[in-house]
Design a protein around this ligand. Structure first.
Ligand code: AMP
Length: 321
């Protein structure tokens, strides 16, 4: 096990192979189809085998209440400062891993500049396309209360999450300016990162300060959007970090529900990046019949069109694309 990020990718692959073999980790087969909405190729991934997820009683001692407190050494890829890098025990994407605080911190707390720097550094050690995400708060789709950021590899063919199709269309994007995309019917904010500054910065504290400033600027802007929208304040949100931008989506509901179809599905950050996961056939069928943007609006915070006015944010004018 490594104490830095050297050979991270090789270590992840080796650890993954051995954990899979020893059944310390489970990979679930999926099928994926895409659904185009306004030029975004949403990926509908169906993983029926997740319903057969091994039950702890069949596997010796029950799962501890906090599985990240004393992580299974078979899943521990590296220690990095205040963090453990841990393979996801139940994955539908090989090499999906978590950046977990060594000391217990709450998943309902915002990311700190140090969390963001560690995540950025880890993300940049992975040569395969990947994105990081954080499901913050009670109704954000998280299942573990111990602070963990996740890093998920993306298909080599697509390179970036499906939602990038909209990001790429923002004309004249400027690093540090906060944007909202008009065609998305739920509240969200995103900020392009200054990649030139980041790549030339040699001072970790400077990088930490920069990422913290971008994140808290985004959080302020999200709160302001909720206020102007006349929405109830929520501190549950989904955070997405790609190698180009950060995005925040506030949440008002954990589950997408269609009771008459027997659908009640937890939704997390991955969905707002364009990846939706179903387990039951009725979930997949209902999703295929539904407007994906309606699903996301239901669990996010729908934009109130009447109050959708130009908002001025602390750092920059909020640009509506
Ligand atoms: P979330 O559901 O967003 O809170 O993410 C928690 C992640 O931790 C899920 O992807 C789980 O599959 C994963 N997980 C659950 N138990 C363990 C464990 N004992 N070791 C490693 N990963 C785990």
């Amino acid at each position: 096990m490594s104490e830095n990020l050297e050979n991270l990718e090789t270590n992840i692959k080796e650890k993954y192979d051995s954990a899979l073999k020893s059944q310390d980790l489970y990979f679930f087969e999926t099928t994926t189809e895409s659904k185009d909405v306004n030029g975004v190729e949403f990926q509908l991934t169906h993983a029926p085998s997740l319903l057969l997820k091994p039950k702890p009683e069949g596997l010796g001692p029950p799962e501890p209440t906090d599985p990240f407190e004393n992580p299974n050494p078979a899943l521990l890829v590296a220690e990095y400062g205040e963090y453990n890098l841990l393979l996801n025990k139940f994955c539908v994407v090989p090499h999906h891993f978590l950046i977990v605080t060594k000391e217990f911190r709450k998943q309902s707390e915002p990311l700190l500049p140090s969390d963001l720097r560690a995540t950025w550094e880890v993300l940049n050690q992975v040569s395969q396309p990947a994105m990081a995400f954080y499901n913050c708060g009670d109704v954000s789709g998280s299942s573990q209360p111990h602070k963990h950021i996740q890093v998920v590899p993306l298909a080599k063919s697509t390179h970036s999450p499906p939602i990038n199709a909209l990001y790429d269309r923002i004309s004249g994007r400027k690093a540090g300016e906060i944007y909202t995309i008009e065609s998305l019917p739920y509240i969200h904010v995103l900020v392009p990162l200054d990649l030139n500054f980041i790549s030339t910065s040699t001072d970790p504290e400077e990088l930490e300060g920069y990422l913290g400033q971008m994140f808290f600027g985004l959080l302020d802007s999200m709160i302001q959007q909720l206020r102007v929208n006349g929405s109830r304040m929520t501190m549950s949100y989904n955070f997405i970090l790609t190698k180009q931008y950060m995005m925040l989506v506030p949440r008002q509901k954990e589950h997408w529900e269609v009771p008459e179809k027997g659908v009640r599905l937890s939704v997390n950050s991955m969905a707002f990046a364009g990846y939706l996961l179903t387990k039951k056939p009725e979930e997949l069928e209902t999703m295929k019949e539904s407007n994906i943007l309606d699903i996301l609006s239901e669990v996010g915070v729908p934009k109130n069109m009447e109050s959708s006015v130009h908002i001025v944010d602390h750092h920059s004018e909020l640009a509506i694309e």
